[in-house]
Design a protein around this ligand. Structure first.
Ligand code: NAD
Length: 480
């Protein structure tokens, strides 16, 4: 069976313990490869390699750094079909989605930061006529990058691309649930001529390999994307060590539909923002708030379209909803559907596990599920479910919609649908979310800051913010 090895000091190496973890294909419920079960000794080797590579990587001409990162991007595009297939098998998502969204966006992450590195500038200020201040931004050192399973290569590259572009060397860990594309990526880095030790990829479990990265004293900055509970643990470990921290965490995002919206666009995009990637996107709009005068019409149409979504084999081209990422996660999502019922929720669509036939007979599939009749304070409407499950709630006034939207501990993203320009700006200004989409969803410009408020995280990734994160600023004040 194929073994997923670590990438340390430019080579693919087995974990020192010789131990491996099963890697399961969630559409089949079967082990299909083995993952290096790395521990603190593997992490120590990775950090040593990154430390050794740092002086050269942080000082080579930025054009050279940029050229290598561009080459990696080109190789991702060259291998797009292979990577999309690997990601679909590893994660359960429809292969078409991986081909159209995940993998092209991973290539775009690499090329965007390859170019951004060249245009990155630090600041200078003339202080009256008395002094000139200028800021030197040096790469911070060895960075630790840890990513989740839902958008495997896309989020992995989202973290390491700015770190490498800024001149840091990196020790990275993808999720143990979806390691395959990061493994293939390590081979592309070797092919692209990335100098040894610049990027090191350690595979394994979060509490073991991941925790060792967070605890390592020679790692200066941590960029983490994952759950809020894990984020709290990471912050508790890293903060007393004064590490720089960027935490991108969970969400419980509102999708607000005003009666004056473009109905067709609102309902069509809401289907995507609810069920894309099986609802396993941190930015999915899992709480749909609909103005009462449109509530019935919207709910009827939404339920009709949710019922029509094709759930099935992720490798089939017409599949819209694939497999849940793991058995444990499927059971967690199903338990939330039971919770919703016990809280008085009415299941208008879905609500059940689906047993497929043939290849996927043991896979982890759940019907797109639509729930109404719940109040905003119940657990179903407060906790992140991270599956193909949405609730719909009516509201009467704009202020009520804003209050409902802001009524959770999370603040990652929000979407609103209205043709009223003033309202769009007014409501956006009052939503406590890091990203607000008006009349669209998941539209991304990589130059913009990205990140959540409240328990959805701290720090901002994307654009200059990401490059700055991986640098250490020093101001020089020269008296004139
Ligand atoms: P998770 O927190 O369980 O795991 C994320 C990563 O952290 C994995 O690589 C895991 O191995 C590692 N990890 C776990 N424990 C660790 C520890 N003690 N120390 C160091 N690393 C550790 O999250 P998940 O289940 O993989 O991902 C789903 C979550 O990620 C959801 O909550 C989702 O909303 C969130 N997410 C957020 C964003 C965002 O941009 N805000 C994007 C995608 C996913």
């Amino acid at each position: 069976m194929q073994k997923i090895l670590n990438y340390i000091n430019g080579e693919l190496v087995a974990p020192l313990s010789g131990q491996y973890i099963d890697n399961i294909n969630p559409a089949e419920g079967k082990v299909y490869s083995l993952i290096a079960d790395s521990d603190s000794l593997d992490v120590a080797n990775a950090v040593a390699a990154a430390t050794q590579a740092f002086p050269e990587w942080s000082t080579i001409k930025v054009e050279k750094r940029s050229e290598i990162l561009h080459r990696i991007s080109e190789l991702i595009n060259r291998d797009l079909d292979k990577l999309a297939l690997a990601e679909s098998i590893d994660q359960g998502k429809p292969v078409k989605l991986a081909r159209v969204v995940d993998i092209p966006r991973a290539a775009a992450n690499m090329s965007f930061f390859a170019s951004a590195a060249i245009h990155f500038a630090s600041e200078a200020h003339i202080t009256d006529v008395e002094a000139v201040n200028y800021t030197i931004r040096n790469p911070i050192g060895v960075a630790g990058c840890i990513s989740p399973w839902n958008l495997p290569l896309y989020l992995f590259t989202w973290k390491i691309a700015p770190a490498l572009a800024a001149g840091c060397t990196v020790v990275a860990k993808p999720s143990e649930l979806t390691p395959m594309t990061a493994f293939l990526f390590s081979q592309l880095c070797m092919e692209a001529g990335l100098p040894k030790g610049v990027l090191n990829i350690v595979h394994g479990l979060g509490p073991k390999a991941g925790q060792a990265i967070i605890e390592h004293p020679d790692i200066a900055a941590i960029s983490f994307t994952g759950g809020t509970v894990t984020g709290k643990k990471i912050a508790a470990t890293a903060a007393p060590m004064f590490k720089k921290l960027s935490l991108e965490l969970g969400g419980k995002n509102p999708n607000i539909i005003f009666a004056d919206c473009d109905f067709e666009q609102a309902v069509n995009t809401s289907i995507h923002s609810s069920f894309s990637n099986q609802g396993e996107i941190c930015l999915c709009g899992s709480r749909i708030l609909v103005e009462r005068s449109l509530y019935e019409k919207f709910t009827d149409e939404f339920v009709k379209r949710a019922n029509a979504l094709i759930v099935g084999d992720p490798l089939e081209e017409n599949t819209k909803v694939g497999a849940m990422n793991s058995e444990a996660h499927m059971n967690k999502v199903l338990s939330y559907i039971e919770l919703a019922k016990s809280e008085g929720g009415k299941i208008l669509a879905g609500g059940n596990r689906i047993k497929m036939e043939g290849r996927c007979k043991d896979g982890y599939f759940i019907e797109p599920t639509v729930i109404t009749g719940l109040n905003s304070t119940c657990r179903t409407n407060q906790e992140e479910i991270f599956g193909p499950v949405v609730t719909i709630m009516p509201f009467d006034k704009e202020e009520e919609a804003i209050a409902l939207a802001n009524s959770t501990a999370y603040g990652l993203s929000a979407t609103l649908w209205t043709e009223n320009l003033k309202r769009a700006h007014r409501v956006s200004a009052q939503l406590k979310s890091g990203i607000i989409w008006v009349n669209c969803w998941l539209f991304r410009d990589l130059r913009t800051p990205f990140g959540g408020m409240k328990q959805s995280g701290v720090g901002r990734e994307g654009g200059w913010e990401a490059l700055r994160f991986f640098t250490e600023a020093k101001n020089v004040c020269v008296k004139l």
